[in-house]
Design a protein around this ligand. Structure first.
Ligand code: SF4
Length: 191
């Protein structure tokens, strides 16, 4: 299994499948436990992510780690990744063609980690993983099942660092994930 991870990292590190390869400093494949029961997937790496070589670095990552820790989930037990592995110019949303080019890396990560739960962080990742008809505002926090994997969308921690209702909603949605990991329904009821 480690060999497959090594190959994936090597392939991603030298990837030039899309034009983002010309503006990035280095791709950010992902971090965390390769045996994780839960994966968290955002949109694309920030400048801080690229510098640190991991998704959700800086204040958004600290907020996410704090929320997970408060719920009794060790941040290192989760596998974290983005749909797109390279930073975009001026932090713009990735183009559809860039996401299409990059998606095989995320698919490979799903295959290797085999999570029970996937939490999509932010609207871009949610639509890419749940489909174009997914309505972030109507369906955020609602759990569904695809190919035996429970999935839900919540706010990206970068949007929650300002606090208020977005931070509260992120916390409640992560509580739903914790309940599922504990063998309960997302509302905390026994399954
Ligand atoms: S964004 Fe993805 S497909 Fe494009 S160059 Fe980076 S790793 Fe390759």
């Amino acid at each position: 299994m480690n060999g497959r991870w090594d190959s994936l990292h090597a392939e991603c590190d030298s990837c030039s499948r899309c034009p983002l390869s010309r503006s990035r400093a280095a791709p950010v494949l992902g971090c965390g436990s390769r045996d994780a029961r839960m994966m968290m997937v955002g949109g694309h790496p920030s400048v801080a992510d690229e510098r640190r070589g991991r998704p959700f670095a800086g204040p958004p990552g600290r907020l996410l780690d704090l929320a997970l820790t408060s719920l009794g989930i060790a941040p290192g037990s989760v596998y974290m990744a983005n749909v797109i592995k390279c930073r975009t110019p001026s932090d713009r949303d990735p183009f559809a063609e860039e996401a299409d080019s990059c998606l095989p890396y995320l698919r490979a990560q799903f295959t290797l980690v085999r999570p029970e739960i996937i939490v999509c962080l932010g609207e871009f990742a949610s639509k890419r993983l749940m489909g174009p008809d997914f309505s972030f505002h109507a369906d955020r926090g609602v759990w569904s099942e695809r190919k035996g994997v429970r999935m839900a969308a919540t706010f990206h921690p970068a949007d929650a660092v300002r606090g208020g209702s977005v931070k509260e909603a992120l916390w409640l949605d992560l509580k739903g994930a914790k309940a599922l990991l504990s063998g309960q329904g997302p509302g905390g009821q026994a399954k």
